[in-house]
Design a protein around this ligand. Structure first.
Ligand code: FE2
Length: 283
């Protein structure tokens, strides 16, 4: 079991589309760089990666922690070795959650207020699996996301897109005996962020899985198929292996759609092994 005491906060940082750069984090004026600059940089990294593969390097199936085109990762990626924690000791003072603590209504992000949120209602469902394909039951799954206009309820997200009084953008549930989870939510919008000039994040939903204790937490992002922004999104691009990228991609699932009500996407999460879903290591 590993704990990274030198960790930053991927998900917190990138949910800040129009905020001022973090003090001490921004290398010069990152926003002055163009997409062409960033795309050239990403391309060069891709070519170097392809060459390394040819030379026998192992595929990189997890995000790079110091992926230079993701500007704020340069100065805050972990630089020290991980701290090993005794899982039994840490259980004594870690928070715990019980079976009764998660209400079934918490998996529906469209019923948390008095009215219905704006946007395209969707169902996001799938299975949590271990490395051998076995379902992981009783897993706490949490999600957070922007609203349909690409806006987060966060003091540092002040970009000119509307907040939705009927949408908070957080939900959670526990997997059932077959490892299944299911959320009802709104399809999130893409949003701008100040990684470079005219930088946009591909639409995504953040996922957290807690295992059986906080020290086992995994965080990842789910993307939607057939979007247009993957080529220029440095966070998506920080995963170099194409097969691993596909593991972050949901698929349209007609069998789970509800007529006259909602489309559905499937996103299975693999916790370990060769098919492990790429995770944000430095959360
Ligand atoms: Fe985000």
């Amino acid at each position: 079991m590993l704990l990274d005491a030198n960790a930053g906060h991927h998900q917190d940082d990138e949910l800040v589309p129009a905020a001022e750069p973090h003090a001490g984090h921004a290398p010069l004026d990152a926003a002055a760089e163009t997409q062409a600059d960033l795309s050239a940089e990403i391309k060069a990294i891709g070519e170097a990666y392809a060459q390394a593969l040819k030379n026998g390097a192992a595929p990189e199936t997890q995000p790079r922690l110091d992926f230079a085109p993701y500007r704020s990762s340069i100065l805050r990626h972990p630089t020290k070795s991980l701290h090993h924690a005794d899982p039994e000791t840490i259980e004594l003072y870690s928070p715990a959650f019980g079976h009764q603590d998660v209400h079934s209504l918490e998996s529906d992000l469209t019923i948390q207020h008095n009215g219905e949120p704006q946007g395209e209602r969707i169902i996001v469902q799938g299975k949590v699996l271990d490395g051998d394909g076995r379902p992981v039951a009783g897993q706490l799954v949490e999600i957070w996301q922007a609203n349909a206009a690409g806006r987060y309820i966060h003091k540092r997200d002040q970009h000119p897109a509307p907040l939705d009084p009927n949408f908070t953008g957080v939900g959670r549930c526990r997997t059932d005996a077959e490892g299944r989870y299911r959320f009802v939510t709104i399809k999130p919008g893409a949003y701008p962020w100040r990684n470079h000039d005219n930088a946009w994040r591909a639409a995504h939903i953040h996922f957290s899985l807690f295992g059986r204790a906080f020290v086992q937490r995994l965080v990842t992002q789910m993307y939607f198929p057939n979007e247009h922004l993957f080529f220029q999104d440095p966070i998506y691009q920080s995963v170099r292996d194409e097969r691993a990228r596909q593991a972050m991609m949901s698929s349209f699932d007609l069998s789970e759609t509800v007529p006259e009500w909602a489309l559905a996407y499937r996103f299975d999460i693999v916790l370990t092994g060769r098919d492990k879903t790429p995770i944000d290591e430095d959360h």
